[in-house]
Write a protein that binds this ligand. Structure first.
Ligand SMILES: O=C(O)CCC(=O)C(=O)O
Length: 293
């Protein structure tokens, strides 16, 4: 696994993620983005606004969601855990109004990944990480929190039956703008009853190796602003062909990445590159100040 020069993942983060199977990142996104994305979720889920909704392909819905893809609070941590040969192979928004008391609630305990868990021998390695961005205030009980079984990524025991909540399950109490990185092997619930009168809104983005297929449509809406090289990689738009140094033609850059496949090698900018950019910006500012009007 190739790591970026500065991974943004502290030893404490790494230790917590590896032992617990998840990592809570408070204040991962600014409040202005929380407000904007909450409004977007309401817009795209307005046809059945009284029902729980889970809709995929969010960059195809609206480019505003792209702001979540390369956050410097999150992406360097993903790079630190998975390396740079990654892309986004799944995304969805969840909108959960007050839970009806008429139907019995099932927690739907699960690991992510479906056949990945079924097909690979145990212990299954870490091949993707899902990030949950929580936009609503879930710091009080009974607001539809995701519950998690810490450490269950190390076990091959099946998830518990749906209606029960095991004693060791803990709620992920988050504030608007917090993110949770989920090891896909960690058992978690599909939300929990929302007995408050507020709506729970969350966005989920899954980062995995580029050689893993999409879990759902991964399109993106056209717009006038070009995508940055890093976003192009994360959306699967940088794939080249390699000739393996002249030994064999036309091998996919997904498996044999060339430097053009992986702009993430340059992210986040190294301090040296940042200094060059800063110096150039300061020079430009001085020139502008000196120019006579
Ligand atoms: O909405 C949630 O609480 C969790 C979503 C989830 O389990 C999933 O996307 O796999």
């Amino acid at each position: 696994m190739k790591k970026s020069p500065s991974s943004g993942l502290t030893p404490e983060d790494k230790n917590r993620f590896l032992t617990q199977g998840y990592l809570h990142v408070p204040g991962a996104i600014p409040q202005s983005l929380v407000t904007e994305l909450s409004e977007k979720i309401d817009t795209y889920a307005s046809d059945r606004s009284d029902k729980a909704q889970n809709r995929v392909d969010i960059f195809g819905m609206d480019r505003a969601f792209l702001e979540l893809t390369d956050l410097d609070t999150i992406l360097p941590k993903i790079q630190g855990l998975l390396g740079d040969n990654i892309w986004i192979n799944h995304s969805h928004i969840n909108r959960n109004p007050t839970t009806s008391t008429k139907r019995k609630f099932g927690y739907s305990w699960h690991r992510d990944g479906g056949a990945v868990i079924e097909d690979l021998p145990s212990p299954v390695p870490l091949v993707f990480i899902k990030v949950g961005f929580y936009l609503s205030d879930l710091s009080e009980p009974n607001r539809g929190q995701t519950f998690i079984l810490p450490g269950s990524h190390h076990s091959s025991a099946p998830p518990p039956p749906s209606p029960k909540r095991p004693a060791e399950a803990i709620p992920l109490n988050t504030r608007p703008g917090d993110a949770i990185l989920f090891d896909f092997r960690t058992i978690h619930s599909l939300q929990s009853p929302n007995h408050s009168d507020m709506i729970r809104r969350a966005v989920f983005i899954q980062y995995g190796y580029r050689w893993i297929q999409p879990f759902s449509d991964c399109t993106f809406a056209e717009g006038s602003n070009p995508l940055s090289p890093v976003r192009r990689q994360l959306l699967g738009l940088t794939t080249t062909k390699s000739n393996l140094a002249g030994t064999a033609a036309d091998r996919s850059g997904v498996f044999y990445p060339t430097p053009e496949d992986i702009p993430l090698h340059e992210f986040p900018p190294t301090p040296k590159r940042e200094n060059v950019i800063l110096r150039a910006a300061r020079r430009a500012a001085r020139t502008i100040r000196r120019r006579p009007f």
